[in-house]
Ligand binder design. Sequence first.
Ligand code: NDP
Length: 444
Amino acid sequence: MSYTEEVYERVVAQNPGEPEFHQAVKEVLDSLEVVIERNEEEYRELSILERLVEPERIISFRVPWVDDKGVVQVNKGYRVQFNSAIGPYKGGLRFHPSVNQSILKFLGFEQIFKNSLTGLPIGGGKGGSNFDPKGKSDREVMAFCQSFMTELCKYIGADTDVPAGDIGVGAREIGYLYGQYKRIRNLSEGVLTGKGLSYGGSLIRTQATGYGVVYMLDEIMKAHGDSCEGKTAVVTGSGNVAIYAVEKITQLGAKVVAMNDSNGYIYDPNGINLDVVKDIKEVKRGRIKEYAQRVEGSVYTEGLGIWNIKCDIYLPCATQNELDLEGARILVANGCKYIVEGANMPTTLDATNYVMNNGVLFMPGKAANAGGVATSALEMAQNSMRLSWSAEEVDTRLHSIMKDIFAKVDDAAKRYDMEDNYVVGANIAGFEKVVDAMKAQGIV
Ligand code: NDP
């Protein structure tokens, strides 16, 4: 049995009931095989892989709060501090009923490599709660956030662990969380990113993940003599990442014809009117089906199946495992040429293998959506310096970080004779820096 297989079996045995975590570890270890074989003796001696798959710390806590009816509610809260070899833990907080330790461990594990790829000094972490902000009043969301932060504030800090938003955690939640942190710790510091502009936030942070996904797509296309101009795209989700991916890809000349939410999808052959989507999602916190009621010529379909819509470019920007083998086969059959992951692990392993074996250029989320965390690190830098950069300055830095990530991923794939295999390239490029830092710091 190879070293990577041994470690994978150990992960499965020691982390029962955590399928998402197993899946993320398997994907990374499989694609690192070529690097690990070359350095097996040294890595075994230092137990590099055994240490890499074990979080440095997991904090799990009770979050009691009172709803609008006066009833006491109790949720689970977590922070997974996975790896701090290259800097303070950094990664989002997710508030969604599906949140559990397995999902946060998969996200925290992926975050290590993603953060490494940005070239910035940030380690990997992730956290959240099974709290569902949907349908809650602002007061209920505030009560929850204050209770969550009352416990979390003991474990985070500008130089220790700097959470950000993720699914279900946007500007409103970050504001309430930050207010409570400051109140308890009496510190105005960059302990959270994604903050509002009036209290330390960075311009372009809201747009960063979606814009970064499209900057990455643009690099891939350029490297293959192609461009977005005149292409048809499908972008899944209709949250933060999806909205700004649509904005940027439209600016680059592609037409986005479909988006979705967890209830169903809209198809608009004339090209999605993003102002309407923003109004539904960012202002009214409504459902995507309202789009079809507001825009003539568009159609809403309840349920799954957005992949049935023919496109050249598919940007999955909703959630993990949203694209399975069946959907992947249909995309390929319909001529899709590019899949760039805006969400974290939205494509199942067999779907990933299928599209890569069938001529699709596929960029994994850990490289493609790294613009969000990179811009969070730019927010941390601005907070430390007590100044704010202009939107142009942040956007220029974001753009150059995404170009740099593409170059690293492309180079790593080529160095191991796997040109265009960006899954391997991203994992290797991210892994090399983390391992270097772990080796230098001894057995910790
Ligand atoms: P949001 O909460 O803003 O949006 C998520 C969107 O996905 C919503 O439209 C949601 O619909 C939809 N969705 C959720 N589950 C499903 C499903 N099963 N099928 C179809 N649609 C679904 O989250 P973000 O946009 O911030 O995050 C999206 C993804 O990007 C996540 O994987 C996240 O981890 C990743 N990411 C986010 C970053 C960021 O900066 N925000 C950075 C890097 C990665 P509904 O309203 O119905 O739930």
